[in-house]
Design a protein around this ligand. Structure first.
Ligand SMILES: [Zn+2]
Length: 288
């Protein structure tokens, strides 16, 4: 059930090119004290999500490839003034989520890398872990239900589907639930129906005002029972424009809207930026 009393404001702000200025240099408004920001970057077909609170910054996935990391993600972080990351959370070992991680680790100081324990043997992760070692980042492997230390004002919990149902990379995704004041955010990686069913059966507190829609809006995710447990007011799809997978699927969009969620898509809108003071939520769209 959605948080009673939470006020939702949608502010559709398109930050275009500054008049007379170079392209891509429009400066976003600064992050006010006491505000948690969730920023789902438009990195094409993949995920890269930044969480900021005060001076703290946490990156969840790092986009699909080194080129996107260098040309899109790292410039976006620089533009926001993010010069270091407390942690890089890698939800699962598919390239569209971790392909840019080594470049991020090579470019910025990072205190910790959070990866799923089952992914240890993945070749891409080996490269990333080597980069993390060189950068001095601690590699941590959260387990289901673990509360992660990020900021004392924010509850951050990792969740995983049971090992017996978590077949394949997608269903092994690290799911992250954040709570700040009365506002809840759920980041789902690429979990599919089997993991969704397992989480609904075993877990309480899946409710979230803001949902990063699982697996780029694929039809094999966002089951009705999962969405009923989450009850999102804001649903964000990270997908590449005209991608070969037809993400997001129309039936998923219909299910989300049928639940009363406002849907935002990086492929159509650019970066989707959610801010909350724990009571109110605003959504802004930034086309850089
Ligand atoms: Zn993916």
């Amino acid at each position: 059930m959605a948080i009673v009393g939470l006020l939702l404001f949608i502010a559709l702000v398109v930050l275009g090119q500054a008049v007379g200025g170079p392209p891509g240099r429009a400066t976003p408004p600064p992050l006010p004290a006491g505000q948690l920001e969730l920023r789902v970057f438009d990195v094409g077909q993949g995920d890269a999500i930044l969480l900021r609170f005060g001076e703290r910054a946490l990156l969840v996935d790092a986009g699909p490839d080194p080129q996107t990391a260098r040309q899109v993600l790292l410039p976006r972080l620089a533009r926001l003034g993010v010069e270091r990351l407390d942690a890089v959370a890698l939800t699962h070992a598919d390239a569209d989520h971790i392909g840019g991680a080594a470049d991020v680790l090579n470019a910025l100081p990072v205190s910790a890398v959070w990866t799923a324990a089952k992914d240890q043997a993945h070749p891409l992760l080996s490269v990333i872990e080597a980069a993390a070692d060189r950068a001095g980042a601690v590699i941590e492997r959260p387990v289901d239900g673990q509360i992660l230390n990020w900021h004392p004002a924010i509850s951050l919990r990792a969740m995983f589907a049971s090992p017996e149902v978590a077949d394949g990379d997608n269903n092994q995704s690290m799911v992250l639930h954040l709570r700040y004041g009365e506002a809840d955010i759920l980041l789902t990686g690429d979990i599919e129906r089997a993991a969704e069913r397992d989480l609904v059966a075993r877990t309480t507190g899946l409710e979230a005002d803001v949902l990063k829609v699982a697996h780029h809006g694929a039809g094999t995710s966002s089951s009705r029972e999962f969405l009923a447990a989450v009850q999102p007011q804001v649903a964000i799809v990270s997908a590449g424009l005209g991608n070969a997978f037809n993400h997001p699927r129309d039936d998923v969009l219909r299910r989300l809207r049928g639940m009363g969620a406002q849907v935002f898509r990086t492929d159509l809108a650019g970066d989707v930026v959610v801010r909350t003071d724990g009571q109110r939520i605003t959504v802004a769209l930034e086309r850089v």
